[in-house]
Every structure is written in C-alpha cells, then in structure tokens.
Design a protein. Structure first.
Length: 212
C-alpha cells in the first residue's frame, strides 16, 4: 500500500484584510466593468491588459501608495489582496507606468464616461431627491506642490509654501453625501474663479442636471 502524502492547502495572508473585503465587494458590484467597456488604451497586451494594469494602480492607491514605485511592495507582494480584486497576479510597476504614459486625452474622456456610468449605478448624489430638498455642491481648490519638471507645473499660490511650483486641484463635493462628483487638475497659477464655470458645467453633465 502506497504512502499517501497529506494534501496541503496554500493559505494566503494579507496585512490589509479590510481592503480585501472592499475588493470582494467591488467585484460583486462589477465595479470595473464600466471601465473595461469605455476605456480603450492603444497598447499591446502581453501578460496584463491595460485595464488590468489600471486596476493594479487603483489597488495601490487604496493600499496607501504615494507613487507607482510602491506597487511592488504593497500589491505585487500581497497575493491575497490581488485575489480579492480578481487579479491572479500584479503587473510590475514600470509596466503600469508605461500604460499610464500611453493614455491620451481621448482616454481621459473615456474614463469620464466610465465614471458617469458608475455614478448612475451607485451614487446617492446622482439619485438625489430634488423635489424634497436642494442638492448642495461645495467647490474648493487645493494646492498640490510638485517639482518644476512635472507636467503642467507652474508657480502659484500654495498655503505656507511660497515660491513653489505645483498644480491646483479643484473638487466638487456633494455635501449631503460627502461624495466627490468631479476633480480637475490644472497649472499652479490657476485660480478658482477661472475654472468655476467649466466645473459647474461638467458637474451638470455628470449628474444629468437641467434647468428644470
């Protein structure tokens, strides 16, 4: 009679168990399907599709990464986290960077449409009961200091950081729901009064608002 070796089951452990639960929930909501449907990045697929590499970057952001260099330590080294988000492996950080570099203005427009599809499916702000109360939208500008070689960086006003190069991020928030409706990033010398109208027009489109 042959000796039978006990079957061992590989167990995956992650220091980010809460984030794993979020990943499982997002998969159940088919969160990434609108992105795959709308965003078409012109790049050859060898091992990972462009959308899969965007997913890896998204997971890294949720895991607290401050830059793409941390994908290897926060996501690539965490098999349980990858599985939770439906990934069997993680792209190397330089490969993810190549995908982001390949994105065009058209891809940004496609991502806006994907985000609107997600808003329509899941956003309380999108389904706000206008007949019973007003929708309150807060618009603010936040300085993002960076190096002078960064794209669209310029000298501007940054609190407690004079004579710095950076960008400005304008954000529209649905106050009742603490939900970000729109982000816009521009040069560091831009002021809110110059971008307020385009932001409101984009928000109207995002929430399907009209004069009625």
């Amino acid at each position: 009679m042959k000796n039978q070796q006990p079957v061992t089951t590989a167990r995956l452990y992650s220091p980010r168990a809460t984030l794993c639960a979020i990943g499982i929930k997002l998969r159940s909501l088919k969160f990434f399907d609108p992105i795959a449907a709308h965003v078409q990045i012109r790049q050859k697929t060898i091992k990972h599709t462009p959308v899969e590499k965007l997913t890896d970057a998204f997971i890294a952001i949720l895991a607290g990464a401050h830059g793409l260099a941390e994908i290897n330590t926060r996501v690539r080294s965490d098999a349980a986290l990858q599985r939770a988000f439906g990934r069997s492996s993680c792209a190397e950080r330089s490969v993810v960077q190549e995908t982001l570099d390949a994105c065009t203005v058209e891809n940004v427009r496609q991502m806006k449409h994907a985000f609107k599809a997600l808003m329509m499916a899941h956003s309380p702000a999108y389904r706000h009961p206008y007949k019973t109360r007003l929708q309150v939208l807060d618009v603010d500008m936040t300085g993002l200091p960076c190096g002078r070689q960064a794209e669209r960086a310029s000298k501007g006003y940054f609190a407690n950081k004079p004579h710095r190069y950076g960008r400005q991020m304008a954000r529209v928030v649905a106050t009742h729901y603490e939900e970000v409706v729109m982000d816009w990033v521009g040069p560091g010398n831009v002021q809110l009064n110059k971008v307020l109208r385009p932001l409101i027009e984009e928000t109207e489109w995002m929430l399907d608002l009209d004069a009625g």
